[in-house]
Each structure stands twice: as structure tokens, then as C-alpha cells.
Design a protein around this ligand. Structure first.
Ligand SMILES: [Cu+2]
Length: 165
């Protein structure tokens, strides 16, 4: 949220410094109209670049998705909503929960290849292959803290980590 505001202030800075320099060269051909247009274009570009920069700030590496904390469901079950994406990734790269019952509400985005959600080392922690626009939930129990790898068996590079703390 503060990111956009900070960027806007930063974008205003170079434009102000720029002005005296430009006014020396421009009057003969440009005139005030063209200069205003250039200034506006500069601002628009700065805002677009700023917005792109903000978006990229999320993860530590460009390919890493966000960390997801479980939400509390009924009867103490810990719930994750995870989406399989057209980019062959899970919507979260890390799912954080405590030992106990866990439910994963797994859906596959429209326009995506089919995916599944499988934790190979936890019996029963797997969905079937889910088609684009469909969803399936799976509930399982984990007792031991640790990092459990999650994978889509159709796309072996499509992985995430279930972190039990
Ligand atoms: Cu997949």
C-alpha cells in the first residue's frame, strides 16, 4: 500500500529536476503543449514501471510463490485454499500449519493444464487429477513437524512445501 505512494513521490522527483534543462532546448520547435505531453508521458511510464516493480517485490526469487498460513476451519481442521495455475505452479510455494488435521481445497484455474496436489510421504494426502475450472478437497492428518514436499505428479517441477511447525 505504501509502495504505490512511495513510488509516486519518487516518480515526481526526476521530472522536476528535468525541467530547467529541457526549457533551454525546447522553445524553438516544441512549445509548451509538446513539453506538457512529454512530461505526462514520463509520469505515465514512471507509474507503470513503479507498479511493475511493486508487483515483483513479493517473493525472494522470481519463481517463488507466496507463503500461505492455514486458516481455522470447523472442528479444528486447518484449511488451505490452493490453486493449480496455467504457469505450472501452485498458487503458494509454502503452506504453513501445525500438526493435526489439514484440509486442502485444491482448484485448477480456468485455461490451465490439469493438475493434482500430492504429498507423497503422507498417506491419503492426494487429490485426483483435477481439470481446469474444477476443484477437489482432501483431508489428512500430520503428526510430526517437518517439511513435506508437495508435487503435481503430472508436472514434476511443480512443487511446494508443506511446513508443519
Ligand atoms: Cu500439474
Amino acid at each position: 500500500m505504501t509502495c504505490t505512494a512511495d513510488r509516486a513521490v519518487a516518480a515526481g522527483q526526476p521530472r522536476r529536476d528535468d525541467r530547467p534543462e529541457r526549457s533551454g532546448a525546447a522553445p524553438s520547435r516544441g512549445g509548451p503543449g509538446r513539453r506538457a505531453g512529454l512530461a505526462l508521458l514520463t509520469v505515465v511510464l514512471a507509474v507503470l514501471l513503479g507498479a511493475a516493480g511493486c508487483g515483483g517485490k513479493g517473493g525472494s526469487s522470481p519463481s517463488a510463490g507466496p507463503t500461505l498460513a492455514a486458516t481455522d476451519g470447523a472442528d479444528g481442521v486447518q484449511v488451505f485454499a490452493v490453486t493449480g495455475l496455467p504457469s505450472m505452479k501452485f498458487s503458494a510455494s509454502e503452506l504453513v500449519a501445525k500438526p493435526g488435521r489439514i484440509r486442502v481445497d485444491f482448484s485448477v484455474a480456468a485455461g490451465s493444464a490439469p493438475h493434482n496436489f500430492v504429498v507423497p510421504t503422507i498417506p491419503g494426502a492426494n487429490t485426483k487429477i483435477v481439470s481446469a475450472g474444477d476443484k477437489q478437497s482432501v483431508t489428512f492428518t500430520v503428526t510430526k513437524p517437518g517439511d513435506y514436499q508437495v508435487v503435481c505428479t503430472l508436472h514434476p517441477n511443480m512443487t511446494a512445501t508443506l511446513k508443519i511447525t
